[in-house]
Design a protein around this ligand. Structure first.
Ligand SMILES: [Ca+2]
Ligand SMILES: [Ca+2]
Ligand SMILES: [Ca+2]
Length: 168
């Protein structure tokens, strides 16, 4: 049994999927400085050879090697089995996993939930820019309801940022 030397591109313990040797001691390329497979990566381990590491597609994590990662390897849901965008879909890749929706339809979706000082803050987004005519009562046009075991909840909502354009 040869001694394992990390970074020499020769992997003796090739059947252990948590181990790798990509020939360097750099991190963020899938195989870290201790020759451990990094989170979100998969390495192909060949006996006594250099490991080839690549970002895992379908685990929901975006590490910069794919267009999107919606947490699965299915086609037809906006982010395909190779983690590429699909036609007629838009994906919000700032979310983990990526959230994809059909571009043609106006939709509202929950984009973020944070908890602070006994309060939940829920950010709701439209999937596209919304143009509202001046004088339109947006606050009475949108009805929001939160359901749960402790309902009714006290709730306030307001528009955030400059994404809302009031057209004259
Ligand atoms: Ca490396
Ligand atoms: Ca991924
Ligand atoms: Ca998919």
């Amino acid at each position: 049994m040869c001694e394992e030397l990390c970074g020499d591109a020769i992997l003796h313990d090739y059947t252990n999927t948590t181990r790798c040797d990509d020939g360097n001691l750099y991190t963020s390329d899938g195989c870290d400085e201790l020759c451990l497979v990094e989170e979100g990566f998969t390495c192909d381990n060949v006996k006594s050879s250099k490991s080839t590491c690549y970002e895992t597609c379908g685990d929901g994590l975006m590490l910069g090697y794919y267009e999107c990662d919606d947490g699965n390897n299915e086609d037809g849901d906006g982010c395909n089995s190779d983690c590429e965008f699909e036609d007629c879909w838009t994906c919000d890749t700032t979310l983990t996993p990526s959230y994809c929706y059909i571009s043609d339809n106006y939709k509202i979706y929950v984009s973020e939930v944070t908890f602070d000082d006994d309060k939940y803050e829920i950010t709701i987004k439209f999937n596209t820019d919304i143009i509202v005519q001046e004088g339109f009562d947006i606050y009475n046009a949108i009805f929001l309801e939160v359901e749960g075991p402790l309902a009714p909840y006290n709730m306030t909502w307001y528009l955030v940022g400059s994404d809302f354009i009031f057209e004259k």
